[in-house]
Design a protein around this ligand. Structure first.
Ligand code: ADP
Ligand code: ASP
Ligand code: MG
Length: 441
């Protein structure tokens, strides 16, 4: 049986972290497929190599000399090589990257070099084989991840490679051009590799001891989650719980492979186990709280809206034509509020065009767009079995004098979503946490 182990940026930020990673890998002979991220932050205000690479790309396309723009990236790798005493040089790779930049390589290519170079170093350090993700992870000509081809090709390569390092975050388009997943995408690569090799477990090593009930940057020392289902995790990661990329569960879910989130800096901690199904009899009524800012509400009022044939269809059509995709759509008899990502509304003229089109097509009595909305999801399989979750969420918010602008509960009873003013975001998460976790401890 093999395990796939993915290490995030902070787990591989410098030589000290590389040593911890090697100790973890060598402690279990089943840890044979390793997916690294690019070196992340070494301290709070440090810059991740991926961000350095994006900066380097912007600087070179505006005419700056590559060597100068690339110097901060180069330093990071050279320092790791020196501190680990590795018998390897990346100089030829740096030259090749410079040539590729000059030949017009794209922004994704630039970003992908973070994982690529780190993969080469880690493979060398572990004595594992380096397998370039561009050789086994593929996108179709539209730029969508191609699960079938990837699974077949990567599976075939790794079948012949008993111990390999496969860099995270990128793959190749049919013509060989490099393309990355969205930010945090190495989690997705780990999941893809786990499926391709039929792993018994996908271990995702990061800088926290598993999934916590709330974001530790908001709630001080939050309780940990021992077991969480794929569906709960999906809700939480979609709503901004940053631990795992929101798509990372799909490949392993289809293959029934559990994910274990573990802490590189505290490897003995059990972490969080992510499983297909679990008992509803949970320790706390809720499993987790997460949230995101930067939403807007398009609020539309029109008398007898609900009896006007095709009203919703026409509204959705206009939104779709403008590439605006509703997140939530609570309705009243004569009102509808459409919650969307603010950035999808565009700015200036683009936004005005959308507003004009909606008004022309719908002829509302009242129309308004309110920006500055934050959404908070309270998620838990346990709430199906017990009553009163919503009441307690509302009570917590109302005691804290937080105005609720929107409420939505999925029919699966797995989550309750509330929309509040952005300025109340952190406070809202804290009071909900206190209500469900602190008061039960
Ligand atoms: P990596 O670089 O290892 O991929 P990430 O930074 O992507 O790590 O994810 C781990 C971070 O996610 C934690 O350091 C923490 O700040 C943040 N985070 C946000 N929400 C949660 C949560 N609910 N539980 C644990 N960590 C969370
Ligand atoms: N290095 C990439 C990022 O910073 C991918 C990852 O870390 O998963 O987004
Ligand atoms: Mg991450």
């Amino acid at each position: 049986m093999s395990k796939v182990v993915k290490f995030g940026g902070s787990s591989l930020a410098d030589a000290e972290q590389f040593k911890k990673v090697a100790d973890i890998i060598h402690a279990d002979p089943e840890r044979v497929y390793v997916v690294p991220s690019a070196p992340g932050k070494r301290f709070k205000d440090d810059t991740k190599v991926t961000d350095l690479l994006y900066q380097c790309y912007e600087r070179t396309i505006t005419g700056e000399d590559f060597a100068k723009a690339f110097a901060p990236v180069r330093e990071r790798y050279d320092e790791i090589i020196k501190d680990l005493n590795l018998d390897i040089s990346l100089d030829d790779e740096f030259v090749k990257i410079g040539q590729d930049f000059r030949n017009g390589a794209n922004r994704d290519y630039a970003a992908s070099r973070g994982e690529y170079l780190n993969g080469i170093l880690l493979a060398n350090y572990l004595g594992y084989e380096f397998v370039d993700a561009a050789k086994g992870i593929f996108f179709d000509h539209k730029g969508n991840f191609d699960a079938d081809i990837t699974n077949a090709c990567l599976g075939a390569i790794l079948e012949k490679t008993p111990k390999a390092v496969i860099p995270g975050f990128y793959g190749a388009l049919p013509d060989g051009t490099i393309k990355t997943f969205s930010r945090g995408g190495s989690d997705f690569t780990g999941s893809v590799v786990a499926k391709a090799v039929g792993a018994s477990l996908y271990e995702n090593w990061t800088d926290v001891s598993g999934f916590l009930v709330a974001d530790p940057r908001i709630v001080e020392n939050p309780a940990g989650i021992e077991v969480i289902t794929y569906s709960e995790l999906r809700e939480l990661s979609y709503m901004g719980a940053g631990v795992l990329h929101e798509d990372a569960i799909f490949p392993v879910r289809s293959a029934n492979i559990p994910i274990n989130i573990k802490n590189t800096n505290a490897p003995e901690d059990a972490g969080t186990l992510i499983v297909p199904t679990a008992d509803n009899d949970t320790k706390y009524l809720i499993t987790g709280i997460a949230g995101k800012k930067d939403f807007s509400v398009i609020s539309i009022e029109k008398d007898r809206m609900n009896s006007e044939k095709g009203f919703m269809r026409r509204m959705l059509q206009v939104l779709e034509n403008h590439e605006v995709f509703p997140e939530h759509m609570p309705t009243g008899i004569d009102t509808v509020s459409v919650v969307v990502n603010t950035k999808e509304l565009g700015k200036g003229e683009e936004r005005e065009k959308l507003v004009r089109r909606l008004k022309d097509v719908l002829r509302p009595d009242h129309f308004e767009i309110i920006d500055g909305l934050a959404l908070i999801a309270v998620v838990g399989r346990g709430m199906r079995a017990k009553k009163g979750t919503a009441t307690r969420v509302f009570a917590a918010l109302s005691h804290a004098d937080i105005n609720i602008r929107m409420i939505d509960q999925g029919s699966s009873e797995l989550n309750i979503i509330v929309g509040i003013d952005e300025k109340d975001f952190e406070k809202a998460i804290k009071v909900i946490y206190d209500m469900f976790i602190l008061s039960e401890q």
